[in-house]
Design a protein around this ligand. Structure first.
Ligand code: CO
Length: 203
């Protein structure tokens, strides 16, 4: 039986290093988590939330799926959002997409991958809604990048339209929703300018 000894060994070394640099780190974190941020990102292995913004365990509450999609009937994402907002009282929800997203490419290239085609149908909806703008972009790579951006904006809107965020704002909770995009080519996150702290900011 294979038991992935290499990963378990790396874990031991990591835990020892963290404890050495910061004695009591795990003991303190074991009592409670108090993250200020929730992250909704793509499942892509190249876009690990805590690593790319260089924060320690305990600082970001994370939900990831293929193509960072926020669907009104997805109880997995909505439950995570609810727990983050209502229980942990995070102050920021970040929808973080990335250029070169395979889920987005599956839509633009009309790939047939099976079950996941239904999931990225939500990205196809974004493509359909923005057809005129996307058709006007001649370069396929640039058109793909733009759909990655538009998808982030759309999903950030969906976060704002969720019952969870609407209730939080109604109750006067300090909560801001952001739309960011990460580049695999340089490791840099760009702020797409979507920033909503109240229903009035969502247009
Ligand atoms: Co992706």
């Amino acid at each position: 039986m294979k038991r992935l000894p290499e990963l378990l060994e790396r874990n031991k070394q990591w835990a020892a290093k963290v404890s050495q640099e910061n004695p009591g780190f795990f003991e303190a974190l074991s009592h409670q988590q108090a993250p200020k941020y929730m992250w909704i990102g793509c499942a892509d292995s190249r876009v690990p939330a805590t690593q790319i913004v260089d924060v320690a365990p305990g600082e970001i509450f994370v939900h990831r799926n293929v193509a960072n999609v926020v669907v009104h009937s997805d109880f997995n994402c909505l439950s995570t959002l609810q727990f983050a907002v209502e229980v942990l009282k995070v102050e920021h929800v970040i929808v973080n997409g990335h250029y070169g997203c395979g889920g987005v490419r599956a839509v633009t290239d009309n790939l047939e991958l099976g079950l996941v085609d239904n999931w990225v149908g939500h990205v196809r909806d974004v493509q359909v809604r923005n057809k005129a703008e996307l058709d006007a972009i001649a370069d396929p790579e640039a058109r793909n990048d733009r759909l990655c951006e538009l998808n982030v904006i759309e999903q950030a809107h969906n976060v704002c339209r969720s019952t969870v965020v609407r209730a939080a704002w109604r109750n006067g909770q300090d909560l801001t929703v952001h739309g960011w995009i990460y580049s695999l080519k340089d490791g840099i996150i760009r702020d797409l300018g979507f920033c909503a702290s109240s229903p009035a900011d969502v247009r």
